[in-house]
Design a protein around this ligand. Structure first.
Ligand SMILES: [Zn+2]
Length: 377
């Protein structure tokens, strides 16, 4: 074979390769065009979980950063505003999640956390839920329906001073979850109306171990504390369909009453819904349906139920073994605990209309793989 023939072969060979590349490229393009998803297909995507790391807890400042980032990244879904100030002047931030481009009438609901400042996971669960809803909007039909039909108000840190001090109480030494106007300040509800002694000295609680007695400082009068006032005003200004108040660590879900002297008898229809929800949680998650083991005066859920007659619950996340009570508790396995809360939140959200109307909340939420996680003890 001479050089000229060799060049011919080279040209033909290279041209064939070029043609094959172009041709298969076209087929590839056609194929990928065929794979383009319709809007309905988009909504069929399984939901994904926030990419959180164990140990990455959010204090007041990183919580503020996170919710402002949500606002920047999802401006059509997020609204951020302050509902009031703490004793030391920190803002109580509220995030409202909804599809702002959909102006249909919607149900509003309220979820909050960290009313006891040492109960970090209660605030984290609120942030985790917010991120879960935002990253799955417009790809997952369950989440998309929620944000098209509801306004989800979330206050992750009701007690920002307590969160910074890792302290159950606010900066006046008052238990905010005893400062609401329902059977207020009753000794049998384990409360004393001390406030700040001489206007200066904090007395968070009194314990008499030999007598087996303990009392929490609930403030001198209902709504003496700015954080409780802010929550009261938020609820007064909105027609919430349900209220979920998150705490740690008794690992259960509870509904009114916790007070010693209930202001009225719960109606059968209300009891049915409260019981149905608690049983659903007990059957579908690792959390238990157990009542409070003592009387508690002036809690926010009792007050909210008394005032607005909406379904209200205290959701105590995390394990009983972590025992933080007044602060300095163990904070561990963050991602696990976040995953345990998601089924409860999603169950409430898909049933927002049922809850609003005191109808049986029997809609099952579709959850991502790995949720709820296997319990570990
Ligand atoms: Zn608590």
């Amino acid at each position: 074979m001479n050089n000229k023939k060799l060049s011919y072969f080279k040209v033909i060979f290279l041209s064939s390769i070029l043609l094959i590349v172009v041709f298969t490229g076209c087929i590839g393009e056609e194929k990928s065009e065929e794979k383009l998803l319709t809007p309905e297909d988009h909504l069929d995507q399984p939901s994904i979980l926030p990419d959180w790391k164990n140990g990455a807890y959010h204090d007041y400042y990183s919580t503020m950063q996170m919710i402002n980032d949500f606002n920047d990244d999802f401006p059509d879904l997020v609204d951020v505003f302050s509902i009031g100030k703490s004793v030391t002047g920190r803002d109580l931030w509220c995030i409202r999640l909804t599809n702002e481009n959909n102006s249909e009438a919607k149900f509003s609901c309220l979820i909050d956390g960290c009313m006891h400042g040492c109960e970090w996971e209660a605030g984290e669960a609120c942030l985790y839920l917010a991120e879960y809803l935002l990253i799955n909007f417009d790809t997952n039909s369950t989440v998309t329906t929620i944000l098209n039909s509801a306004k989800v108000y979330i206050v992750p840190l009701v007690n920002p001073d307590g969160r910074q001090n890792d302290d159950r109480f606010n900066d006046n030494g008052i238990d905010l979850n005893r400062n609401f106007d329902v059977d207020f300040g009753r000794l049998k509800g384990h409360c004393v109306r001390l406030g700040k002694l001489f206007g200066r000295i904090k007395i968070p609680y009194l314990e008499f171990p030999r007598l087996g007695l303990w009392f929490t400082n609930c403030g001198r009068h209902p709504f003496s504390e700015p954080e409780a006032q802010a929550m009261r005003d938020l609820m007064d200004d909105h027609d919430f369909s349900f209220y979920l108040n998150c705490h740690t660590t008794t690992h259960n879900i509870m509904s009114p009453w916790g007070v010693y002297k209930p202001p009225f008898e719960v109606a059968n229809s209300e009891k049915h819904v409260h019981d149905y929800v608690k049983e659903w949680v007990a059957e579908n998650t690792e959390y238990e349906n157990t009542p409070l083991s003592y009387y508690a005066s002036g809690t926010v859920t009792d007050w909210c139920f008394k005032e607005f007659r909406i379904p209200t619950f205290t959701f105590e996340i995390m394990s009983k073994d972590y025992e933080p009570m007044a602060g300095g508790g163990r904070h561990d396995h963050l991602v696990h605990w976040m995953k345990t809360t998601l089924p409860v939140f999603m169950y409430f959200l898909v049933n927002v209309e049922n809850l609003h109307n005191w109808r049986t909340p029997d809609i099952q939420p579709l959850l991502p793989d790995g949720v709820p996680p296997q319990p570990f003890h």
